[in-house]
Design a protein around this ligand. Structure first.
Ligand SMILES: *Cc1c(COP(=O)(O)O)cnc(C)c1O
Length: 798
């Protein structure tokens, strides 16, 4: 492989000629891009092969991270940086008159996820490889990723995400690892063999596509395995082939664009079983290539279930052990229970996954039968533990009221259950899953989320990285805790000034992007106040908009009321069927139109909605933020990870004490965040007392009344019906997420931001303090905790 610029150039031009029969000068830019990508993949392949060999030869335990979503984004820059070949490639290409950034822009985002949960999986596999732990990611190779968002006349329009259009050079098809997955049919008892048999099933072929996961400064390269469904050679006899082929193709066609409600669709259940069964099949076969049987399966494999979507791993592994390898129930259950660990991501009731018994029995007859037996035995265990307490049994049963409760199955079949931030885990243990915590003392634990500081700081913010290097060196890239060395410089006025300049540069980059895409001029000297995340009522983008409306109204009414210039920036996709969320997007855009075009106020107040928020856009946004809006109703956001990306880039969190905001505030201290609003126990008490009245706030606070009235009085839309649903959510439905209760506290917190930002040195010190403490929120720390407490892996050395 190339080691120098000259070798790179030779290899690059050779490959262009080989692949396209043209010289570098004559080749098309997409050809140059694809050749560069395949060169980087092949460069990584050497370590990839070595890693597989080393893991096998040393009989190492491996992690298998099962997730319906991996929101990995682009890989080209990340992989070149991790391999340490970025500069060679950049300079080599420059000598061919090729700007590497132009090639980078051709890469599609692998948007195989919705938001935080999928992005977490992506950060985790990056950290696992960079820390040299042997690990596999298992997921689905969706033909279309998360939809592309367009804004037309202020409304969200969804366009299919054709991410495979140019071909995906990172993946390698592995037909030799293909297997058959069975759906439908029925279960019969075979007396001769003395076991259950799944007959008259419809087979689907699962083919893996492997993507190398390149670690930073390590010889380790792990694998992300994407499963694709194809027609089986055993075509079902009673079905038209065309219909069968269509059904098969549907399995991997689309990612469900909704991360919080159960898509009650059989296709979703099919997707889940498809990748779970295929993934397990390949793990079992790999295990049996090295060991004589499966009795040590749990000593050599650990399976992490990212939320409940892959929980069918539990009954499917039982099925394999019982039906294919003739294990007794108790022995099989011991292996399963010691192999699986489950991560809970939400306590929102509507997101707790349940499947109708009939649907599951029809689609997966044998798996359902096993779940029934797991439930039967679990009921016995609960009765014995609780002296037959019916209330408790009702709360914890796996099969209840004709539904299979996936979280309950997950807890019963795993040796570890973790939440994703301190507050979230505490709520699980003491409130939402208290009965389970009592049944299984010690099974519950916390693993506060993290983000990879390589992608989210080192690579996406080269200007800040350069400043950190000149100030504290670059050890933090390997050991993010070393960012605390910056503590010494928090009050250093020279470092403060340099930081301020870096921030201004990055704000200019975003301002240029906004000019190009939204045709709005924004002032880089204004405060960049940013809220980017999925659009959801509990995340309270609406509270942010209501405050903007308030500022606008106040400035219009009172010529002496003026704020320090502020640019409010939003980015958010709404689930296509989430009507309220889409109306909030329209409202943001309507407010933006009004205030941006009002010459009386627009030197003080601008509002920008950035279309199509995703990983690549986030990499541009995070470095440019002054203020990070993390304003969910306390108790609702399990962790948040956007908050951590902002912090790494030196933004100040304006937030509620929710999710990981609590830990951010603890680490930087109360002077370096702006915290406001009801706390989790206060929200709970308010709910329990049934005393909350949105109308009271409306009637007693004229500011609130004026803002709420503007939703339906024609201020922002000629039709008074346009935002009626938002008015109704707040007033008729009594404001489920307590926006009005928190409005005044939020307004005051925003006033505080307004004052703090004008004290430039103090503000810069706050930002530096946030960067100094952000190392804790690296996913490297999170992964080390999972390894220590749950996975017990060794590092690969070769
Ligand atoms: C980090 C990230 C998220 C999660 O953001 P939260 O603010 O934690 O909800 C969602 N989408 C993308 C593209 C991200 O990069």
């Amino acid at each position: 492989m190339f080691k120098t610029k000259e070798e790179f150039k030779y290899e690059f031009s050779k490959r262009i000629i080989e692949a396209y029969g043209r010289t570098v000068e004559e080749s098309h830019i997409t050809e140059k891009f694809m050749v560069l990508e395949s060169m980087v993949r092949d460069y990584a392949s050497v370590n990839w092969a070595m890693t597989k060999m080393a893991v096998q030869q040393k009989s190492m335990k491996q992690l298998h991270y099962f997730s319906m979503e991996f929101l990995i984004g682009r890989l080209l820059v990340n992989n070149m940086m991790n391999l340490g070949i970025y500069d060679i490639a950049k300079e080599g290409l420059a000598e061919f008159d090729i700007n590497i950034h132009e090639l980078e822009e051709l890469e599609a985002d692998a948007g195989l996820g919705n938001g935080g949960l999928g992005r977490l999986a992506a950060c985790f596999i990056d950290s696992l490889a960079s820390l040299s732990y042997p690990a596999f990611g298992q997921t689905i190779r969706y033909d279309y990723g998360f939809f592309k968002q367009k804004i037309e006349d202020g409304y969200q329009v969804e366009v299919p995400d054709q991410w495979l259009q140019l071909g995906y050079k990172w993946e390698v098809r592995k037909p030799k690892h293909a297997c058959e997955i069975k759906f439908w049919g029925k279960v019969i008892w075979n007396d001769k063999k003395g076991k259950w048999e799944h007959v008259e099933a419809e087979s689907v072929r699962a083919v893996p596509y492997d993507v190398p996961v390149v670690g930073n400064d390590t010889l380790i390269t792990n694998t992300l395995r994407l499963w694709k469904a194809e027609p089986s050679e055993n075509i079902p006899v009673n079905k038209d082939f065309q219909q069968y082929a269509n059904e098969v193709n549907m399995i991997c066609q689309t990612l469900y664009p909704d991360d919080s409600t159960l898509a009650g669709k059989i296709l979703r259940l099919k997707q889940q079983y498809f990748f779970v069964a295929a993934g397990l099949n390949s793990i079992v076969r790999a295990h049996l290539r090295v060991y004589k049987d499966l009795s040590n399966f749990h000593e050599k494999n650990v399976i992490q279930l990212n939320d409940t979507h892959p929980v069918l791993v539990i009954p499917e592994l039982m099925r394999i052990l019982l039906d294919e390898y003739d294990y007794e129930w108790d022995d099989a259950w011991e292996i399963v229970k010691h192999s699986c660990a489950y991560t809970n991501h939400t306590i929102l009731a509507e997101a707790l996954e349940k499947w109708p018994v009939d649907m599951m029995r029809d689609l997966l007859p044998r798996v359902y039968q096993i779940i029934e037996e797991i439930d039967r035995r679990f009921v016995g265990f609960v009765k014995q533990k609780t002296d037959g307490n019916e209330d408790i049994l009702n709360k914890v049963r796996i099969i209840n009221n004709g539904q299979v409760h996936m979280a309950h199955l997950a807890i019963a079949g795993s040796f570890s259950v973790n939440g994703v931030a301190g507050l979230h885990s505490e709520i699980l243990m003491t409130r939402e899953m208290k009965e389970f915590n009592d049944l299984y003392p010690g099974k519950f634990n916390n693993k506060t989320n993290g983000v990879t500081h390589r992608r989210w700081l080192a690579y996406s913010n080269p200007e800040l990285t350069a400043l950190l290097k000149e100030t504290i060196g670059d050890e933090w890239i390997k050991e993010p805790d070393q960012l605390t060395c910056l503590n010494k410089y928090v009050n250093d006025s020279i470092v403060q000034a340099k930081f301020y300049n870096v921030k201004q540069k990055r704000k200019q980059v975003l301002a240029d992007y906004i000019k190009e895409h939204n045709d709005i001029d924004v002032d880089v000297n204004s405060i960049f106040d940013i809220q980017v995340k999925r659009l959801h009522a509990y995340k309270r983008q609406l509270l942010n908009v209501m405050h903007i409306i308030y500022l606008y109204q106040e400035m219009k009414q009172n010529p002496n009321f003026r704020i320090y210039p502020r640019t409010f920036i939003f980015g958010a996709k709404a689930a296509p069927s989430y009507y309220f969320a889409k109306k909030v997007i329209k409202l943001i855009n309507s407010v933006a139109d009004k205030v941006n075009n009002d010459p009386e106020t627009n030197q003080f107040l601008k509002v920008v909605f950035l279309e199509n928020y995703g990983v690549t856009l986030a990499e541009k946004i995070m470095p440019a933020a002054d203020v990070s809006e993390q304003i969910s109703t306390a108790g609702k956001e399990a962790s948040g990870t956007g908050n951590m990306k902002f912090m790494l880039n030196g933004a100040v969190t304006l937030g509620t004490l929710d999710g990981a905001n609590v830990e951010i505030a603890e680490r930087v201290g109360e002077d370096n965040v702006v915290i406001f609003g009801l706390r989790d126990h206060e929200v709970e008490a308010l709910k329990a007392s049934h005393s909350y009245s949105a109308w009271n706030y409306y009637n007693n606070n004229p500011k609130i009344k004026k803002v709420v009235d503007s939703l339906t009085d024609g201020t922002f839309h000629p039709s008074r019906e346009e935002f009626k649903i938002i008015f109704d959510e707040l007033m008729s439905k009594n404001d489920e997420y307590f926006l009005l209760a928190d409005f005044e506290a939020y307004r005051q917190a925003q006033e505080k931001i307004n004052d703090l930002y004008q004290q430039r040195q103090k503000w810069s010190a706050m930002c530096l303090k946030n960067i100094a403490e952000a190392g804790y929120f690296s996913s490297d720390r999170t992964i080390e905790e999972y390894v220590r407490d749950i996975w017990h892996l060794e590092k690969v050395k070769h």
